[in-house]
Design a protein around this ligand. Structure first.
Ligand code: PHE
Length: 446
């Protein structure tokens, strides 16, 4: 079957950055940092991005480009006759889990956008922003309708094909989102009482490091935010031409993504403290905080409108990369059309998303894992467990199954001075760290 290719390397870069930058940087980063005490979490997260995330991003894209296949097929091709490909299903499963809650949260963002269009969030509603948001997500079908809208948009982009559908829109909206976030951060830091928030984010509370769950949370956030371990970057890499060089691309994507997360933290936490919001509010955190910032800001209504529009586009460029993972796999295996496959996959995810949404309303008593509601449980399994396992499998493939020369060549590092360092990380450091973090979490060590 004929596989599509990116038009240019820039096309790939934009799509991969689009995949990385999304709700993970703003929504997920803020609430996970808030839940895990702020500064110490930020430090661990940055460390993991640098010493595990960016090297594995290069690894994942190289696998895809070398194999020219989807997340399962790439293992089948490169490690023929071994059961390695089974780990590709971690990616397929996490795509279903992640997109079903991603679409719910993106649906909330569309609802906010709508409230800025019609002006109803220009001033506090009678019940306050927190109250209005609580009522909205607790409603049985309102949020589901917005989820459906987001899922339809995602499907439409994916079914119209890789090149035509995904390559363009980010050129304008990612820089726009960056500019708005920088302006918001400046404003947020200038609020009365904001310095507490800056301290929360940048003054690590070292005692937080004695809690095993902070390591797995930071690792999960690094993977989620970089779109790593699922095969989204692998699949995008498979549409690359051989002549495109990878190391600089991986570094660029990683740094850009991290920049967005840190700036988002500087928007959210100063405001959280200035407005007396609980930093460990969980998934609703940014949805409670942001409208209060916009309300205080000159022309805040307009800023809010543009912000949520850019956030929706950033989410779409991530969600399409998630839907692309099972779509590419099922198209190849069953020979279905792109149209039928993406509609079917998206519909299944939407049905799962209904459960996620109800988890904030009539199903809020359902807590599959510990105290976690449906969204948190799915997110935990996918982001903190399956994505790192997927990444581990990719690192082991390149570090142990490939010959060293083959590994270096796949990543365009054969004649580079950093090649040896990257290889050491992929072969030893990243796998050992990931395994230690897992063992530590389940209480086997330390
Ligand atoms: N990285 C995306 C974000 O930050 C989410 C994502 C996760 C996309 C996994 C693809 C794969 O929003």
């Amino acid at each position: 079957m004929h596989r599509e290719k990116w038009g240019t390397k820039l096309g790939f870069m934009l799509a991969a950055m689009g995949s990385a930058v999304g709700l993970g940087n703003i929504w997920r980063f803020s609430f996970v940092a808030g839940n895990n005490g702020g500064g110490a979490f930020l430090l661990l997260y940055l460390l993991f991005v640098l010493i595990i995330g960016i090297p594995l991003l290069l690894t994942e894209v190289s696998i895809g480009r070398k194999a020219e296949s989807d997340v399962v097929g790439s293992f089948q091709k490169l490690a023929k006759g071994t059961p390695w490909y089974l780990t590709g299903f971690f990616g397929i499963i996490s795509a279903f889990l992640i997109l079903s809650f991603y679409a719910v949260v993106a649906g909330w963002a569309i609802f906010y956008f709508w409230n800025y269009i019609n002006g109803s969030f220009f001033t506090q509603p009678a019940v306050g922003y927190e109250g209005a948001f609580g009522q909205f997500i607790g409603h049985t079908w309102h949020p589901i309708a917005w989820t459906a809208l987001f899922m339809i948009l995602t499907i439409v982009i994916v079914l119209s094909g890789v090149k035509k559908g995904i390559e363009a829109a980010n050129k304008i909206f990612m820089p726009l989102l960056a500019l708005i976030l920088i302006a918001l951060a400046v404003f947020s830091i200038s609020l009365d009482g904001a310095s507490e928030g800056v301290k929360f984010l940048f003054q690590p509370n070292w005692s937080a490091l004695s809690e095993p769950s902070i390591y797995i949370a930071a690792l999960g956030q690094a993977f989620f935010s970089l779109s790593l371990g699922m095969g989204a970057m692998l699949t995008y890499g498979s549409y690359l031409r051989k002549e495109n060089k990878l190391p600089s691309a991986a570094l660029g994507i990683g740094l850009m993504d991290t920049f967005f997360a840190v700036i988002s933290g500087l928007v959210i936490f100063p405001a959280v403290f200035a407005f007396g919001i609980d930093p460990s509010s969980g998934p609703p955190l940014v949805f409670i905080t942001l409208p209060s910032i916009f309300e205080q800001m000159p022309l805040g209504g307009i800023v809010g409108l543009v912000f949520f529009f850019a956030l929706i586009l950033a989410s779409l460029s991530s969600s399409v990369s998630i839907l692309e993972v099972p779509t590419a796999y099922f198209m190849r295996v069953f020979g279905w059309t792109r149209f039928a496959t993406s509609v079917l996959m998206g519909s299944i995810m939407f049905v799962m998303g209904i459960a996620v949404s109800l988890g904030f309303g009539i199903w809020s008593g359902i807590t599959p894992i510990g105290e976690r509601n449906i969204l948190d449980s799915m997110d935990y399994i996918a982001s903190n467990i399956l994505l790192p396992l997927g990444g581990l499998s990719m690192a082991l493939l390149v570090g142990w199954y490939f010959k060293k020369s083959e590994a270096l060549e796949s990543a365009d590092l054969s004649s580079s001075s950093i090649g040896g360092f990257w290889y050491f990380i992929v072969k030893w450091m990243a796998p050992i760290l990931i395994i230690l973090i897992f063992l530590n979490k389940i209480g086997v060590i330390f």
